[in-house]
Design a protein. Sequence first.
Length: 75
Amino acid sequence: MAITESDLFKGVSQRVITRIANASEEQNYKANSIIFKKGEQALFFYVLAAGDVHIGLGETEGRLAVNKPGEVFGW
């Protein structure tokens, strides 16, 4: 369960972790998939379970890499 590896959920009780996990849905994406675009309304946040995600921040800001299981992104 990737959320147990996330710093965001450190110190959260197992009961709450279980509730979050039960309300969660696992998604798998192929390489180079677009998960969301800048400016879109944030409907979800993501916890990386495996692999890596590269987030384009715009032409001048560069890119952000999410590559550690448990890292969160997308809100």
